[in-house]
Structures are given as structure tokens and as C-alpha cells.
Ligand binder design. Sequence first.
Ligand SMILES: Nc1ncnc2c1ncn2[C@@H]1O[C@H](COP(=O)(O)OP(=O)(O)O)[C@@H](O)[C@H]1O
Ligand SMILES: [Mg+2]
Length: 388
Amino acid sequence: MARLTGLIISEDERFRIHLAGLMRAGAIPVSVIERRQSQDGASADLVVVDVRAQVPSAMATIERLRAGSGSVAVFAVASESSPELILQAMRAGANEFFTWPPAEPVFHEAVGRTAARRDSSTAGRPQARVLAFFGAKGGAGTTTVAVNCGVELARLSKRPTVIVDLKPGLGEVALFLGLRSRYSLLDALDNLHRLDGEFLRELVARHKSGLEMLAGSDHFERPGAADSGAVEEVFRLLGRQYEYILVDAGSQIHACSVAALYTADAIYLVTNPDVPSVRNAQRLIDRINQLGACGERVRVLLNRAAEPYPIPPAQIEGAVGRPVDHTFPSDYKTVSAALNAGVPIASTGTSEIASQFDRFTRRILDLAAAAPEASRGALGLQRLASLW
Ligand SMILES: Nc1ncnc2c1ncn2[C@@H]1O[C@H](COP(=O)(O)OP(=O)(O)O)[C@@H](O)[C@H]1O
Ligand SMILES: [Mg+2]
């Protein structure tokens, strides 16, 4: 699925909050960057310009954006839809025109057209896929599943794959992989201005499977709320270097894990077949739904599944309101031996749990190959213009 970067240009904070919410609530993941992170939309795919007040300066902004990039999609939001204003916006270089407040389905259709245009202009260049792993509760096996899936993805796809440990304070991804890293996610967050491909290569550690890792922070307070914008930006920059980006997002909803949820193409919610996990999974799905349509991207993974189930799978599916996407058996011996040796389960032999990681990963690769294209259509304004 296409992922876009959106920028909002408006002096009105209410407008910015409303538009950021709209962008994030659609089926296509859009990461919203702040103006200070992007010089006049230089790195954005989509820029929304508020043309409700000070029309001439807003039109000048659209012209400047268009002159700066032929491919950026410019959305103009005006207070009325007079034909003169629409024409003026179109001549300045806007692709889409809305009246305030934009109707959700119409806005999301326009985002779909933008994604389709970008897909066709970058045809042949693979899109990064972000897979976020989130635990229904601590100890559910989120790190176990994320790390093992990462190793298998790197091994099977042979494509650039990275895992990011987002957990504040001593994440365990490095430990599970048996890797040491001199640098961590914090070095990326604190050096955004010079975070090019070469610098990123310095920050990651490489596992022998080919999987690369951006290690977790060793600060208990970071990444914190103040880092969430930078976290989204790091994902965007990683997207230029890697085809698969896995995120161990822990089991707490906070500003940075929410940033990962917004960016993710798929959100894997790792749960166990017990009452506290299922109850938490239910509540987390509700919360993720409240955060926007990224709820549609949630897939439930059942880990430590073993007969007799404290709660049968059908009842779990009923409680969380969606099917279990994949089940991993309970196998403490294999999992803990792998952890103690710092070796991923997939490399430990022919256990059922190892073959489930293989199967799960192959399904992700099939899904990636068959990712649905965003709806294609004529440019909004051109179509509008042709109706006159
Ligand atoms: N499928 C499984 N079967 C048995 N034990 C497991 C399984 N998955 C994880 N564990 C164990 O559960 C513990 C917590 O796993 P971890 O991945 O660290 O969870 P989380 O990241 O959700 O806190 C670890 O000791 C791990 O070895
Ligand atoms: Mg963990």
C-alpha cells in the first residue's frame, strides 16, 4: 500500500488539527510532518494549503510549491466553492479543491488519487512496508514475534529489512538477536538533520540473516512525547533505504507508539489466549479505532497457543471482533533456548514454532506482492474543469 507524507500549511491551529486527523483517518497511511521539518513541502507528497483567508498569499504559496516540485499534490481548502476561486487555485497549480470543512469520503478519494499517481511515477521502485508489532500486554511475546518475523523476512525476501526497537528504556530486540550496537534509535532522533543513507548505515547493527537493527534506547524517558514527530520522520527516512521496516512498539499506547501505528501498513496485535490479554486486546482495538481508520490495519496474532485453551479461539475472535490472523504455539523450551543463545527461533531447527514463523512470513511476502493498488482516477480538478 502506498504511504504518503503530508504537510499542512495554515496559520490556524484548528485547521491543522482537523486536516491532520483527516489525513490519518484514511485507508492509506499518511504520515503528517510539521512545517519546520520540511522546507515548504520539499519532502512532502501532499500539501494542504489553507486558502480561506488571505487568498493572494495562499495562491502564491501554491505557485511556489508547484514551481518547487512537479509531482507534489497540492490540496486547496477554501471557504467557498466559487468557479473563479477554483480556476485561480487550478492555475496556481493545485490538484484538488475542497470547501471547508472537507467531506471525509471526498478527501480520502483525493488521497487515493495522489497515492495512485505517486505509485505510477515511482513504478519499479519498491515501496517500503511498515509492520508494527504491538502487545496486548507485556510478556505476550511481541518482541519474540517481531524479531523472528524480521529474521525470516530478511532471509526469505533477501531485500533490505530493518527492525526498530521503539520501547523506551532498555528494549530487548538486540538481546533477542544476540547483537551489540554502539548506537540506538536516540542517535537517529537526535541527528535527524544529517540522517542520510550513509549515516543510517552507521547507526544500524547487522544480523547474519541480513536483518538490520536500530537498537532500543537506553533512556527510561525516551523516546517520549516530544520525540513522536521525529520518530515519524525516522520511519520516512528508513523507507528510502529499506523495503521492510518492522517495529517493536511494546505494549503501551504513547505518542511514539501511536506514531508507529499511524505509519504502519499492518499493525500486528500480539495476544495470548488468556482473559487479561484478550480483554486488553479488545480495549486496544477500540483505542486504535478511535485514533482513526488505522484500526482497519489491525491483525490479531495469537501467541503461546496451547491445548486446552483457557479461552477457545472462536471466543477470542468473537471478543476482539476480528479473525485471528496467525497462531503461534506455546513452546517455552525452544523460545527460551533461542533467547538464551541470542539466536532467532527460525535458525534453531524444525520445531512447530519455527515452521509457523516461516509460514507467517511467507504470507506477508505474498500479501506484499499482491498489495491492492490505490484507486485510480482522473485528477480531481481536471475532472471538475472538464465538467464545466
Ligand atoms: N510462543 C511462546 N511460547 C513460550 N514462551 C514464549 C512464547 N513467546 C514468547 N515467550 C516467552 O515469553 C516471555 C516474554 O516474551 P517477549 O517476547 O519478551 O514479550 P513482550 O515483548 O510482549 O514483553 C519470554 O520469556 C519469551 O521467551
Ligand atoms: Mg518486548
